[in-house]
Every structure is written in structure tokens, then in C-alpha cells.
Design a protein around this ligand. Structure first.
Ligand code: SF4
Length: 156
């Protein structure tokens, strides 16, 4: 939900209302192939309390998220910051994060600051508010809309 919040709040609303349309989306299919082939040595998708799913964790206390491209980089960064915050709330501190872009052969290091924590608390309040909405937030045309699984729902 944190990821979707930063991608598009309308998308988050659809997701919260169990409107899942990702199965047919080509970008999701590419992501799945990437997921199956990249970092095959690592144990992947570590689900914690049925609440978060970390792509993989290095023994040196580094959480990894694997992304296809940097097109919605901000969302991936906040997703990972949320994971760091989530563990910290449960007494697991001194973790750091990395976002891996295997197609770009690039890795970005991510840390959680005090300011990030304050921002995340506000984001979570806003996510709760979006969850409780009766109608979706207004549509804002974005670069990603044409590739979004919900495009037909928003624009046709
Ligand atoms: S099509 Fe655009 S406005 Fe609609 S959910 Fe997707 S990203 Fe958001």
C-alpha cells in the first residue's frame, strides 16, 4: 500500500477495494520473469507477519527490493523505507536497504532517517483515509497511466 500510495493514490484506492487487474498487465508479467531469474541464489519473498514481503535479505542485515526500472523510483524507495521502519518498530534495528535494478546493473542504497519516520507516519494516516473513501481520489494523468493495469477503468 505504501508503494501504491507513491505510485498513484487512485491505484491504491482500487487495490484497497480488492479491484485487482494486474494479472493481464504486460509490465507485471515482465516483473514476474525478472523475479524468477534475477538473484536466483537468494531466498526470495520473505513474508513477515503476513504484512510485508521483502524480496530478499542479505546476512549482513541488508533488505533488498528488486525493481525492473527506475520509472517510479520514489515509490520503491519509500516501500523499502517502510520495511526498515516496520522492523525497527518490532525491535530489529540497524538494518539498511538496497534497491536492485538488475536490468540496469545498478544498486541504490537506502537508509531510514528520523525525518523519513515522521513522513511515513503521515503517509500511513493518509493511506487509512484513502481506504475509507467511498469514491476514488480524482484521476491525475501521469506518465505511467498508459502502462497501468487500471488504465481502462480510469480512462475508458
Ligand atoms: S491509470 Fe493513471 S490515474 Fe488510473 S490508477 Fe493507473 S496510474 Fe492512477
Amino acid at each position: 500500500m505504501v508503494y501504491y500510495y507513491f505510485v498513484c493514490q487512485r491505484k491504491l484506492y482500487y487495490f484497497c477495494k480488492n479491484l485487482h487487474m494486474e494479472q493481464d498487465d504486460e509490465n507485471v508479467a515482465i516483473g514476474k520473469v525478472l523475479d524468477e531469474t534475477a538473484y536466483s541464489h537468494a531466498e526470495k519473498h520473505i513474508t513477515v507477519n503476513n504484512q510485508i514481503s521483502v524480496d530478499y535479505i542479505e546476512k549482513s542485515r541488508i533488505l533488498h527490493e528488486v525493481k525492473k526500472s527506475r520509472s517510479i523510483e520514489e515509490a520503491g524507495i519509500w516501500q523499502l523505507k517502510y520495511y526498515l521502519w516496520y522492523f525497527k518498530q518490532r525491535g530489529v534495528e540497524h538494518l539498511t536497504g538496497k534497491i536492485d535494478y538488475p536490468l540496469l546493473k545498478h544498486t541504490e542504497s537506502i537508509a531510514l532517517t528520523k525525518e523519513d519516520e515522521a513522513h511515513l507516519l503521515n503517509v500511513m494516516k493518509e493511506i487509512n483515509a484513502i481506504q475509507g473513501m467511498k469514491t476514488p481520489p480524482p484521476r491525475k494523468t501521469k506518465k505511467i497511466c498508459k502502462k497501468c493495469a487500471y488504465y481502462d477503468l480510469c480512462f475508458i
